[in-house]
Design a protein around this ligand. Structure first.
Ligand SMILES: Cc1ncc(COP(=O)(O)O)c(C=O)c1O
Length: 416
């Protein structure tokens, strides 16, 4: 979608001088590309959209239309999925923290439940004993070593992931044993999400192999799904200059293992993928107005009506792909500049050492690829959160209004 200065100015006048823009067609394309890549190789395929990545209700409703399940990791996300009309049987309840009531709700409604830690077994046990006439299905999130020839593959260089039930120390085997003591329980699935640094296809092959072999050994014929989590790369902006695996590359690595491991099974288990970043990152841009280009000593700082929190909540120092939309090109001033935000933190830098024509007052900057972990991870700090505008069928419309004092200081929460 190309926007010129006057189109952005019109949007600014309607929606405010900084806002997110969601291109619904990009979401549809991402969904179709992922779905085609996997389903053409393994028919029983389910996409469980990772809510935490961006749980904008309008977006999540689009996911329902596309056929996605909802992958949630808290009761808040679970309740949102229900509120917007997700069929409870199409909710995958993951995450390290669940109460007995969460488990009871999920199981009463027939949702998919993946146990992450041993304490949850007590709750599942209590539920099974309370509902002895019911077949209770559960899955287990497993934790096994996925290092590659001794090389660490986890994000941030961690040696050991804290999630899931550990196979190497016997906790997983213990969990299976404990659960199998219950007459009405069925362990039906294994879940293995690992956040890796390089998101390599080889890692996905290993994860799938690990899950399949544990499923065959410990679950046997009752296996209904293998859930490999999320974490795959999506389409990358050319500006990143990165050669990353395509959806087809991932699908080939994963589905070839599934097809081999379950070739003799008449009813093959479902393969679940839980994409987050790859589904939404490239569907959002953040558009913001330039307030001033200010010179301090010999350095230019371009102040905009936004903050690093809007585009890079982890405050990493890489520059995102961006586009400067200038009002007037008459006075070309080529500079090296930083783009900075409205907060009072020195580190509120949206971009460092950008080279090119200096943006000046009332120009706009479009930051691209900002759909993942921004909208959900945008602290209420100093200023109200910007609105979110969607673009579909040639129309722009609000899907989240710009916050005002009333919502920021919600009178149902704060005591004045
Ligand atoms: C259990 C689980 N599933 C899916 C995802 C989505 O991962 P990504 O956004 O990298 O695709 C995450 C992210 O941390 C996760 O923890």
């Amino acid at each position: 979608m190309f926007l010129d200065y006057y189109q952005i100015k019109e949007l600014d006048e309607e929606f405010g001088s900084s806002f997110y823009l969601l291109d619904i067609n990009k979401i549809r394309n991402n969904y179709k590309k992922i779905d085609n890549a996997f389903r053409s190789r393994y028919e029983n395929f389910i996409i469980g959209y990772s809510y935490k990545t961006n749980y904008l209700p309008y977006l999540c409703k689009e996911m329902i239309k596309l056929g996605a399940y909802a992958e949630v990791v808290s009761r808040l996300e679970y309740d949102l999925a229900i509120k917007i009309g997700v069929d409870p049987e199409k909710i995958i309840f993951n995450g390290p923290l669940k109460t007995y009531e969460d488990i009871e709700t999920a199981k009463d409604q027939g949702s998919i439940l993946n146990i992450d830690s041993l304490y949850e077994i007590d709750y599942v046990t209590k539920y099974c004993l309370k509902n002895q006439n019911k077949h209770v299905k559960v899955g287990l999130r497993v934790n096994f070593d996925i290092s590659n020839n001794g090389q660490k593959v986890l994000q941030e260089g961690y040696d050991i992931s804290r999630f899931g039930i550990c196979v190497s120390n016997g906790n997983f085997q213990h969990a299976v044993q404990e659960l199998k003591k219950l007459e009405n329980i069925h362990i039906v699935g294994l879940h293995g999400h690992f956040s890796t640094r390089d998101r390599k296809t080889e890692t996905y092959r290993n994860i799938t192999k690990g899950l399949c072999s544990l499923a065959k050994q410990y679950i046997g014929d009752s296996v209904e799904y293998i859930d490999i989590g999320g974490g795959i790369y999506g389409d990358m902006p050319a500006a990143f200059n990165l050669k990353t695996p395509s959806f087809d590359d991932y699908a080939e690595a994963v589905c070839s293992v599934m097809n081999t491991e379950f070739r003799e099974k008449e009813r093959k288990p479902y393969l679940i993928l839980e994409p987050g970043v790859s589904m939404v990152a490239n569907a959002f841009t953040f558009i913001t107005k330039v307030i001033e280009a200010k010179k301090v000593q010999d350095k230019y700082f371009v102040l905009i009506d936004g903050s690093v929190h809007n585009i890079k909540p982890t405050m990493h120092k890489r520059n995102l792909p961006m586009q400067i939309v200038k009002q007037c090109h008459d006075l070309k001033q080529m500079e090296i500049y930083n783009i900075v935000g409205y907060t009072c933190m020195e580190k509120d830098h949206l971009a460092y050492d950008v080279q090119g024509e200096l943006p000046t007052r009332d120009d706009y900057i479009i930051f691209k690829n900002v759909g993942a972990y921004t909208i959900v991870f945008n602290p209420p700090f100093i200023k109200e959160r910007p609105g979110i505008v969607a673009f579909d069928c040639n129309e722009y419309f609000v899907v989240r209004k710009k916050e005002s004092l009333k919502e920021f200081f919600n009178e149902d929460l704060y005591i004045f």
